[in-house]
Design a protein around this ligand. Sequence first.
Ligand code: HEM
Length: 464
Amino acid sequence: MTQPTSPSDEPGAPGAPGAPDEPGPRGEPAPPEPVPPQSVPTEPGPPPIERPASHEDAALLFGPRFQDTPAEVYRELRNTYGPVAPVLLPGGVPAWLVLGYRELLRVTEDTKVFGRGSARWRLWPQIPPDWPLRPMVEDNGSLLYREGDDHRRRAGAVGSALEAVDLNQMQDATQSFAQGLIEKLSEGSRADLIADYAHPLPVLALSRVLGLSDSEGVTLVKAINDMVDGGPDALRGQIEVRDTMERLVARKRRDPGPDTTSRMLADHAGLTDQEVIEDLMVLTLAGHQPCTDWIGMTLWLLLTDHEYAAGMGGGRRSVRQAMHQVLRDHTPVQIFAGRFTTQDTVLGATRVPAGDLVLLGLAGANTDPYIRPHAAGVMAGPEGHNAYMSYSHGEHRCPYAGQWIAEVVAHTAVETLLEHLPDVELAVPADELRWRPSPWLRGLTSLPVTYTPAHSYTGGFGWD
Ligand code: HEM
């Protein structure tokens, strides 16, 4: 049995079923809808989104509750449905969320049944053109959506180009950018550590890796942030990022250098300019926001969780160990979209039809009682298992060299900040902090702090 649904099916939404018969504010009947003088032919929109019987009581992966306490939602879903839960994305779009560690291993390994090509999704004819999650699901020609040999060719070129990055140089560059930002913070005693520090830093560091100039990196910070914020400047931001990559590729074709872009262009895979541009967009976007959120999440814990801060400050754990805990327990990429079933299959004990969207529940899998019985309260005693899925798994997992770069950027960001602003404190009550309304990446919208300004930096990079 199927049940149509659309955003306007939300209770109380304008146009919800039955709305014209609702009484007015004082109990009088609502005025009749005006009748149009003549019927005007309109563009046929997509048919209403089909909601299968399996998804009749499915949980919403959006809204204030999911935004503020996703871990609670994952726990409830696991208790109700087991390792594979029916869920609804914004717009009432049905999908399957994989919360089980073993089930996620299977989904990411079994590429014959769980394909990456999003053209396989049978709901596309019903998805409105302005569906807000379209950019995260629709095939844009990048390596993300390729399969088989085509994917191996693209991912091989990207992986080799990233593996050649000198991580010591990368660390020095990140530190210098971090000091430049802190120098700017030192003009006052109050800042937003997301907007003023965690947001710009990864883009600046990644720009160096790609072969952009520092001034192009500074311009890219705004464009990427506009794009990620999804506000009125999002499209302009996306165009700006693409223009930057097109100019970069043209320049590196003419004048190659010791950078990731030149190495991708020279790779024996023979990537076209268009392919390199698409994959540079992925590198920049896939690299930037998770690093920003990882840095932001670590600083949030340091400022709000005394036990976490005491462990790091008291030297019981290195910054590296403490940040790995954040990656496991508060992974920035909570959910990744995804995989598309190539045939009817059974996952866990759930029947998933062909052509469905399967979401990788990375955060849910990290807290699966199967791998973390202590954290889940199933067993008492010290915690042992350190496995996590934050970088995913299988052929499409985050490239190892991308992971090394992420770690250099994030660790250097946190260490440099703590070194230069050791007395940083939260400037608002912790419960006033807000999370971005994204089902995919979890991060704070802002992190206002106060501190004693640090001075005495020399040799910055000319941030203006
Ligand atoms: C904390 C930081 C990061 C996290 C948590 C993260 C996580 C992920 C995840 C979950 C995926 C999706 C894998 C899948 O489809 O199964 C991914 C893909 C990818 N990431 Fe990362 N990532 C991070 C940083 C980076 C950085 C710094 C780079 C590059 C400089 C990078 C490059 C990529 C690329 C190229 C892919 C696409 C792989 C493919 O489809 O073959 N990531 N990442």
